[in-house]
Structure formats: C-alpha cells, structure tokens
Design a protein. Structure first.
Lengths: 363, 324
C-alpha cells in the first residue's frame, strides 16, 4: 500500500487524533452536565486571553519541551525512556544543590551552574538503566519506571532528612538566594518594548528550551552521532554491521535523554519555585511522552505540541477555578492523545492510507 | 518485638499482599501470552472506583464487585484492541490506560458524589465482611494462644472473602498454566505465536482470552482495595500498587508460586514501612524511604541478572502478524 504523503503524516494524523480526543472529552463534559463549549472558551480565554495567562502557558510549555525532547531522542534510537519523571526529579536535586551550596556572584553564572548540575544529575539517573539495558539486557522501560519510584523515595529522604531547613515541617529545601532568580520573560520582552505581564513564572528558560530544540534538530539530522542514533533505531543489525557500537549508542541516547529531562528543573526549580519541593516535576516527565508522540518525534513538532499541552494545563487550572469541572479532564485528554497517537496509530493511519491510495488510483 | 505486634505485622502483610497478588497474577496471564501490560495500575484504579460507586449506589457488595470487574474489563479491552487488533505499541497503550483511569475516576467521582473525587464512606453490607475461622473467635477470648494458635486466629482468620480467593488463585493459575491445554497454548503464544498459528489455533483469540483474564483479576484487585482494605474510594488510592505488582511479576520470573512469594515479601515491606517508619538496627538507621523503595531496587537487581536472570516471555511486546 502507498505510504501517506508527508504532510498528511505530519499534520493530518496528529490533527485527527487530537479532534477525536477533544470530541471524547467534550462528550465526557456534557455527560457530567456541563457545557463543553463554555469549557473550551474558559480554557482559551484563560491561557491566551491575557499576557499573564500566556505566560503560564509558556511556562508549562517550557517544561514539556524539555521532557518531550528527552523522550524523542531516546525514541530516535528506538528506546522508550519513561523515566523522564525520575530524571527530572534528580535534575531538580542537582539544580538545588548548585544554588544552595555554591556562592554564585551573578544569576547568569548561577544559571550556567544549574544547567550543568541539572543535566549531570539527570544524565546520571538515565545512565544506570542504559548501562543495564546495553550490558545486561534488562528491559529499559521497566528499569526506567522503577528508577522513577526510587528517585521519588530518594528525594523524599533528601528533603526530609538533609535539605529541610531547621524548624520547618514542609518537606522542601530552603529558598534560594533572590539574586539567583532568573529573568522573567516579561522583563526580557520589556527590553524590546513588548508589554508582557510579569506576574507569571515564565522565564528565560523558555528561550533556552527553544534553542535546545534547534540544537537537538541539528544533532539528530546533521551530526555523526545523530545518524548513528537513527540508524540504530531503524535497524539494529544493519547499524551493527556499519560499525555502530550498540552499547555506546544506548548509553549516549539515555545520557542525552536523561540530561535534557534534568534541564527541566532549571525552569521549574530555579525559574519558578525558587526552592526544591517534593514533587517538583508534577507529571511533566510523562507528558513528555504525549508531546513526543504528538509532535511526531520532530523538535519543531515537539515545540508546537508543548505549547498545546501548556494551553491544556493552564486552561485546565482555569477550568478548575471557574467551573465545577475538575482539572483532571486534562488528564483524560492527555490519555486519549497518547492512546490515539501512540498506541492506535493504525486506527487513524490505515483508513487515511486507503483514502489517499484511492485518490491516487483515480488519477 | 512481642508476639502480638509480630502477628499484627503478618496480618497486615496478608491484607496488603492481596491486591498485589491479584494484580500480579493478572499481569502473569497477559504477559505469558505475549502482551505486556504496564496498565495494571489503571485497571485496578478504575475497578476500585467502579466497585465503590456501584456498591454505594446499590448497597450490595457483590454488585460492586461486578461493576469493578466490568470496568477493568472495558479497560482491558482498550488495551487488547490497541495491542492485539491494531498492533500498536503495548507499552504506550499501558501508559495511556493508566492516565485514562487516573483522570476519569476523579472527573466522574467529583461530579457524581461532589466529594472532590472520592466516594462516600461505605458502611456494612456495602463492603466485605470479615470471615472468622471456626474456633478462632473463642481462641481470641481464651488469651494465651502460642505462636501457631496466634497465626491461626490472627493471621489466617478474619479476612474478607477476596483474600482467600486471591490465595486460591495461585494454585489455580499454576494448574491452568501447566496442566491444561489452554495453559500450554497460552504459554506457547507468548513464546512463539507462529507455531501456535501453524497448529491452527487462533493467536488473536488466545491473547484476547488472556487479556480478559487480566481484566477480571485486576477488577478483583481494585474491588478489594476499595471495599476490603478500605471503606470507599479515594483519588489515586492504588498509589503505585500496580507497578509494585509488575515488579513482583518480574521478581517471580513470571511463575505463579514465586508470584505469591514476591507479593508476600513486598506486602511485608509495606507493612513494616507503615508500622515502624525509620528502623534503628543499632549500627545504622534504615530510613522508611528505603523500605518503600526496596521492592523497586530489588526488581532492578533481579532484572540486571546479578541474582538469577529474569527472562521475559520471548514474544512479549510484539504484535503477531500472520504470514500470507
């Protein structure tokens, strides 16, 4: 059967999946006696209606760009890293340690320190499952999943026993020095004369995330390592025959993936919370999976999908505030997006292929 | 530690191991047939919710069980559809099923009961009664029991029916898997589906049957969570037990009797973590977080093959495409 034209594969398939997912959620909202149209309006207004709402949307999107890129790099090598949650948790620890222990003279140096520490800690947490997969054949999905739970227990221990300030009951670290606060997106846009609200957590990490997306694109399609990753992902035996070392590629893929997950903490921990809390990742590691699938594994698509999920997140919390619809409607939507784009691709793709084949035959 | 608290820990071990055991055996059927299932957690959660909701609405614990099993079966069908019929990625489908359960239970629960996602507390008749063994009650009153008497009256007696059903499922699963034609075919379809197909047996049918059994067992696990272990549904009440069950399954190397051992071990760890928090063993203090993480750490060690190798069914995770 003919393959789909590229534009249909990249645009039409995710779009149809999204429409089905939205339709299901609309039915769900109607079923609990609320108006789906009003709900979607509240979501759009709350996340794009003001620059403050937009700031929140972009803040969430920044997290998802990091975790989505992380998942997609591993996907390129046919490795399914569902440990983004744990790797970002450890990244948070790295960022917190860098901000708490080292007296940085300026926020920009603190940012560099956080980037290095977050990436290093995240990569280290990805390294163990990668090594076990490459050397001992342990299934990477299971080990990264186990490492999520181990990371959570470790973070709980570290926060309760080591990083918690004296006299505090809250399992969280002390606040970082105010001088390390990252410049807000509003400040940056203000410099070039664009008015943008400052009361939201969107910060310079958004710019870093976009730059990283470009970097990942260049890495995957324009470097030797990227070629090796893709070759290994497409056909392991052929890659081996071409002299690509499977052990090295598996480890590189997960180091990159874990490191990028860890970078998420720069946005969430240094950029927004200004301290390390127990659940600093808030499920963004898992949303990375949905974002990578929805974005068709391409950095550009991932940025778009991240903004979409940022909208859903921000819109979801507006829903919870403005109506009696719980924000978990978004979790359902997220599940459906994962289901239709990731697990049921043939359900949408096959009928489309038929359609296009028929049209091609008629010509 | 005195005898009474020792017996108490064993008692809660059995209680806490029961949902793990149901879920672990559920995963065993599915994975032995070659369908990976990381959606055990989601199926348990949705079953726990449906069971508690139906039991509250009807006042009958058995209708609750029926609803729980039904809900888990629907979710199992989604997973089956994605991984068997549409040949999608089984792992991604499992992730989706988990999120679907996590979102749906809160959305429906919050709008039905107006309690922020939980069901109202279940009273007697809406949850499982405890079964007291013969003489166990009188033994309790007579006081001094000794170890064996204590185990009989405190540990083995006094659980709800589902606990005993779970324990009975272990030999039953062993018998089905190793002594019946269905079991032989089930194991074969997880190792070499092409051979089963060549013998004229439907691969699709077998896998759907396995996924169906998985749904039923997950339903029982969830029903026990909300109507046995506690009295009602709380949001996210399964709290990662589906993943621990998955860990237990790997720990048991996909075999029923070892599954029982693994679930009891993980249940014991859970019971210890709940009762003691930090354990001071003289030289060092074991933090409670370590006890909580131990099932996962042990599973990683087993997976790494440092202590015996855990080899999954060979055709696991792959959809079967009939050759033409």
């Amino acid at each position: 059967m003919d393959k789909l034209p590229r534009w249909a594969d990249v645009v039409l398939v995710p779009l149809i999946c999204l429409i089905i997912a939205f339709a299901f959620c609309g039915i769900l909202i109607a079923a609990i006696g609320q108006s789906p149209l009003q709900a979607i309006w509240i979501m759009i207004d709350g996340s794009f209606g003001s620059t403050n709402g937009l700031g929140y949307t972009l803040y969430y999107a920044t997290n998802f760009i990091f975790t989505g890129l992380a998942v997609s790099i591993a996907f390129q090598a046919s490795l399914f890293n569902i440990g983004g949650e744990g790797q970002a948790t450890l990244g948070g620890l790295g960022v917190a340690l860098s901000c708490l222990l080292i007296p940085w003279p300026h926020w920009s140096l603190a940012l560099l320190g956080s980037l290095a520490a977050g990436a290093a800690f995240g990569a280290a947490w990805g390294f163990v499952p990668a090594w076990l997969q490459a050397k001992r054949g342990s299934h990477i999905v299971i080990t990264t999943m186990m490492f999520n739970f181990i990371a959570y227990a470790l973070m709980n221990y570290v926060l309760v026993n080591l990083l918690r300030p004296m006299g505090s009951m809250d399992p969280a670290s002390a606040r970082f020095d105010k001088a390390y606060n990252l410049p807000k997106l509003g400040d940056i846009l203000g410099l070039v004369g664009i008015p943008f609200s400052n009361r939201n957590p969107a910060n310079i990490s958004f710019v870093i995330a976009i730059a990283l997306a470009v970097g990942v694109w260049a890495l995957i399609w324009h470097t030797r390592l990227g070629y090796a990753l893709r070759a290994f992902g497409k056909q392991e035996k052929a890659a081996l025959y071409a002299g690509i070392d499977p052990v090295k590629i598996t480890i590189y893929a997960l180091l990159l993936s874990g490191g990028i997950s860890g970078l998420m903490a720069v946005n969430a921990v240094q950029g927004a919370a200004h301290r390390l809390v127990l659940n600093s990742v808030e499920g963004a590691g898992f949303i990375g999976i949905a974002v990578a699938l929805m974005g068709r594994n391409h950095p550009f698509g991932i940025v778009i999908a991240s903004v979409l999920f940022g909208f859903l997140y921000q819109g979801g919390s507006q829903l919870a505030m403005g109506t009696t619809i719980p924000r978990e409607v978004i979790t359902v939507l997220q599940a459906l997006v994962i289901l239709f784009t990731g697990a049921l691709p043939y359900m949408v793709q096959k009928p489309l292929e038929h359609l296009f084949a028929k049209r091609g035959g008629a010509k | 530690m005195d005898l009474a608290s020792f017996l108490q820990i064993l008692d809660s071990t059995i209680r806490l191991a029961t949902p793990l055991l149901f879920a672990c055996l559920a995963g065993l059927y599915s994975e032995r047939a070659g369908v990976f299932d990381i959606g055990l957690e989601g199926k348990m959660l949705v079953a726990a919710f449906a069971a508690a909701a139906a039991s509250y609405a009807t006042g009958s614990v058995w209708l609750g069980v029926l609803a729980g099993v039904g809900a888990a079966l629907v979710f199992a069908a989604i997973h089956g559809l994605a991984s068997i019929t549409f040949r999608g990625n089984q792992l991604i489908s499992g992730v989706a099923v988990n999120f679907l359960a996590s979102g749906l239970t809160v959305v429906l629960g919050a709008s039905w009961f107006q309690l922020g996602g939980q069901t109202p507390a279940l009273v007697d008749g809406m949850r499982f009664a405890e079964i007291t063994f013969p003489f166990a009650a009188s033994a309790n009153e007579s006081g001094d029991l000794g170890l064996l008497g204590g185990i009989y009256s405190h540990v083995l007696s006094g659980h709800s029916i589902l606990v005993y059903v779970a324990l009975a499922c272990v030999p039953l699963t062993w018998w089905v898997l190793y002594r019946t034609r269905f079991g032989l075919r089930l194991r074969a379809v997880g190792e070499n589906p092409a051979a089963v197909d060549t013998a004229g047996v439907s691969v699709t049918g077998l896998r759907y049957a396995a996924v169906g059994i998985t749904g039923v067992l997950c339903g029982l696990a969830g029903a026990y969570m909300s109507m046995g272990l506690s009295a009602g549904f709380l949001r996210e009440m399964t709290a990662g037990r589906g993943y621990i069950a998955l860990a237990a399954l790997i720990f048991a190397k996909w075999r029923p009797w070892y599954a029982l051992m693994a679930c009891l071990l993980f249940g014991l760890l859970d019971a210890i973590a709940i009762r003691f928090q930090n354990i001071d063993i003289g030289v060092v203090v074991i933090p409670v977080q370590f006890t909580q993480a131990l099932p996962y750490i042990l599973t990683v060690i087993i997976l790494a093959g440092f202590v015996g190798k855990a080899i999954p069914p060979r055709a696991g995770g792959e959809a079967y495409v009939k050759e033409r």
